[in-house]
Unconditional design. Sequence first.
Length: 83
Amino acid sequence: MTTQTNTGSQDAAAVTTVYQVTGMTCGHCEGAVSQEISALAGVSSVTAVAATGQVTVTSAAPLDEEAVRAAVDEAGYELVGHA
């Protein structure tokens, strides 16, 4: 009988990226942006802060910036780039 043990953690390789987004002014804006980015493959968490315009995304691997841009655009805001 063979037993396999996974000793690795998926979080160990997590990538955190901070993006600058314009147009967010309230909690609803934060939620809309977070929801769209969260739908991208590999994203484990999103924190959007309207006051600073910063969106912090944690993912399993680096994200395609154009995919993030499209998600932010779908929410009705504009991705400026990395913060």
